[in-house]
Design a protein around this ligand. Sequence first.
Ligand SMILES: C[C@H](O)CC(=O)SCCNC(=O)CCNC(=O)[C@H](O)C(C)(C)COP(=O)(O)OP(=O)(O)OC[C@H]1O[C@@H](n2cnc3c(N)ncnc32)[C@H](O)[C@@H]1OP(=O)(O)O
Length: 717
Amino acid sequence: MSDNTFFTFEHQEDGIAVITIDVPGESQNVLKMEFIEELEPVIDQVKSDSSIKGLIIRSGKAGSFIAGADITMFGKANTAEDAEKLSTDGHRIFNKIENLKKPVVAAIHGTCLGGGLELSLACSGRVISDSPKTKIGLPEVQLGVLPGGGGTQRLPRLVGIAPSLDMMLTGKQLFPKQAKKLGLVDEVVPEANLMKAAKKRVSDLRKGKEKKAPISSYFTMKGIQKLVLESNPIGRNIIFDQARKTVEKKTKGNYPAPKKIIECVEKGMSQGMEAGLAIEARNFGQLVVSPEAKALISVFFATTELKKDNGVDSDAEAVELNKIGVLGGGLMGSGIAYVSVDKAKKKVRVKDVREEGVNGALNYSWKLISKKMKKRIVSPSDARRTMSYLTGTTDYSGFKDTDMVIEAVFEDLDLKHQMVKDVEEHCSDNTIFATNTSSIPITKIAGGAKNPEKVVGLHYFSPVEKMPLVEIIATKKTEDWVIATCVALAKQQGKTPIVVNDGAGFYVNRILAPYINEAGILLNEGVAIEKLDKAMVQAGFPVGPITLLDEVGIDVATKVAPILEDAFGERMSTPKAFEKLKEDDRKGKKNKRGFYKYDGKSKGKEVDESVYSVLGISPDKHVDGKEIAERGLLLMANEAARCLDEGIIRSARDGDIGAIFGIGFPPFKGGPFRYMDSLGIETVVERLEHYQQLHGDRYKPADILVKMKSNSDSFHS
Ligand SMILES: C[C@H](O)CC(=O)SCCNC(=O)CCNC(=O)[C@H](O)C(C)(C)COP(=O)(O)OP(=O)(O)OC[C@H]1O[C@@H](n2cnc3c(N)ncnc32)[C@H](O)[C@@H]1OP(=O)(O)O
């Protein structure tokens, strides 16, 4: 047995050699350059040593095969050529593995992502554990780069062009059974049998019993048609054209990586492996140094940091929550109950004043859980067990032993005060009272509380099961352990939490308001509805501001607006357009009366032109889409800067993540603070002043920006 820094190499008596990867000082195995340098001579040794009949590559870490190339290496590459070399060095060693005339089997348990999967694709066989910890995929696109370890070449050759594009363009991670079905792996076995299965595969490969990986179900199940489509140039062109169209529709040209992935696969399939690898390395190099990749990588590291953050400046510890009460079985309450039972595995008791409300909440969870059951992500017995955590009531029975109660009732201060009183009466003195209000300051809700130190805001976004952010709002009195407990719960619910201080609109709604208001002002000036939406979608938001208003509800927005106007004055005043539409009983999608038509007759999305007559305008004003986008982005960023200055958010990092995960701020810009940094604070101030002269003081640059401009500062180092 020989020891290396990154792995041990063991030549066993049965003639099989085993490499056990265990990168020191890391919880996940990651591929570093030094690892490649260490591995190369060992592969040469395997090749030349005739007593070695086959090789198994496995991990020595629990729950992590290999999480990919070490992403920190990307930041150290100063030029595209530096980054290209990372890829070509990887290619050299992976080619050596592929070209060994001996079987090499990857024994995979735990995360097998990016470069980790690419290493295993260079092997002649792959066996994986059936553990829920085992996930397999090429997530590089989410970092703004592409699989640079041969993935764009080996994956399509193994599973087919269309399925490989699907994996690489979405970055999706597959569970073991899905990977097997796709033909990506040969065998799924219990973790305890992994090495036994790997050895058997080596032996079978030696005997020629298993020359090839099983044919992907993509070919076997969907039939010969697809095989024909992929095996001739005309058919392949159809697939690539379709992929390009889908990518363009989704990315609006804002993300360069997907296009380059398609190019790599296309060239590789038509010009051969060598040419494919060359273009892969070149494209990888260019992407690594692109501003989009830098922004997306910053989002990855910010999210990773937040996983370890307890949300407070002290070392306060979260208390264990055994049972959670949820007040209100509406959309938000149902969603909160679902993530609490299904993800956080907590006992949950839902209370609603109406029986139908309780049933609605239980059904909501059941629908989502049975969907997972149908997809075989959970077994029927697991699904039943999860549902058994969830119970309902129309009174406070079963609330005495709740450790936390989350209220999700109407946005009415008196009602919230009643909830606080009820919880004090029916629960214990230690029960945390969390409110899911999106607009009422938490300090006001805590006003009449006996234990205001246990009152906290827990602001989820709709739909709860999909939206990744939770805003945790602390008042001056909220105790640190209460905040730390909410942070821990949100993480268990699969969310990324940011802790903010109490203030009108908290953080997310506060920065959203001027952006939405600007759309209202432009609309009132005669800019067409679809133009406003298109400009922001083109800029990288998932939906435009007007569509968002229809989704959230014009009534809801106009309820939050006066709170913000009271707190911040004229710069937040509600545009006349929204008031007029509210008077016209337009609530948006929910009452099928909004900016768009919801009559079921319109083809696609159609503007409800009657909005213009309600507003007394004709939509013929021309404002360039780029200007619309810049105005919205600058107003949002300017307000974000004020939030940082006032201590509403704890850091620029939290502000970036809050905006991306809560609003859909374009991830390729890295969040409002990275956006301002990338423009340069001087430019931000100049652009705001330019619009201030044209449109008034709502564009006045935040004090912090003016200060930063004179010191040539940036938010992130
Ligand atoms: C050439 C190639 O094609 C290019 C590539 O391979 S690019 C990389 C592709 N891989 C990825 O994108 C995976 C990124 N990692 C993840 O998604 C998640 O970390 C994970 C699912 C692997 C594990 O998640 P989780 O268990 O919650 O652990 P998490 O807290 O995120 O990570 C643990 C540690 O591993 C680090 N880490 C994980 N993957 C890493 C990577 N690829 N590079 C560097 N560090 C990584 C994290 O930064 C964190 O470090 P820390 O403890 O010092 O803060």
